[in-house]
Design a protein around this ligand. Sequence first.
Ligand code: Q46
Ligand code: ZN
Ligand code: ZN
Length: 313
Amino acid sequence: MKCKKCGQKAAVNMPQHRLALCKEHYLEWIPEQTERFIRKYRMFTYADRVLVAVSGGKDSLSLWDILWRLGYRADGLYIALGIDEGIGYSAESQRLTEQFAAERGLRLHVVDVRAETGKTIPEWAALTLRGREKPCAVCGLVKRHEMNRIARDLGYDVLATGHNLDDEVAVLFGNTLNWAVGYLLRQGPVLEERDGLARKVKPLCRFYEREMTAYALLRGIEYIYEECPFSVGSTSIQYKEWLNQLENERPGTKLSFYLSFLEAKEKGLFARPQEEGELHPCRRCGQPTSAPDLCAYCRMLEKAHPIPAEQVE
Ligand code: Q46
Ligand code: ZN
Ligand code: ZN
């Protein structure tokens, strides 16, 4: 395989784009494409302050690297979840994220869940979930809350996450299997700001996972190879395996599934007005919630410090 631009030996072959590129041209192509997607979906401009949610994995660190190379005003947010079973996942991912930021002189905010809430994610899961349920529901709740809080309190215009095409297609597949119209309506490269919930964007949503792996490796980014230990056996990993089988048979299937979905949405396929419940500020933390009094995050915190029965009347 030869690079389409210079004829040198290709480092990455992308059959779905009928394109092969050498290292140098690949490392140029990825930011060019990212810039194109940022503009196409009107994600943000050079004037905006962008908060990148970084986990220490290849996607989020690559996203931060690309935005930095393109000259955007992008700071990082790392949420220390306290998931240290086995391999010391959280400690190692934090170390790699801090190293990445220091090497480039970038600004990184670190939020420690234990310092904020008194417990780590696995401890919260043990307290609030029954039996052998995975902590992902609690984890997602805390991450969303903290990302929103930091974006709001520190005045960022937009929150960027490193979801790639494989992630988005797995979610789309799951939502389609269930015809979860509410979720389908909200899925896309941009989720607009709503009642004080930060605007969210996914600049990597059109890159295959293997394209992001190739970018991180060719750029020499040190990232955490291990997945979170709780991701093992998740439905989305199962979906990704099935979708990979389809992709192997017919290169480009994932991309066309996703792009056709966006096009259908654009044309109004899911445009039937949905009753979106009113949001109002949570009594304790002030973040928007559809619950009558406390948001789900604050209800979780209450479980650790329940109001004594005699005070409840
Ligand atoms: S939700 Fe679940 Fe992830 Fe949290 S507990 Fe790990 S796998 S990190 S994206
Ligand atoms: Zn080349
Ligand atoms: Zn709250």
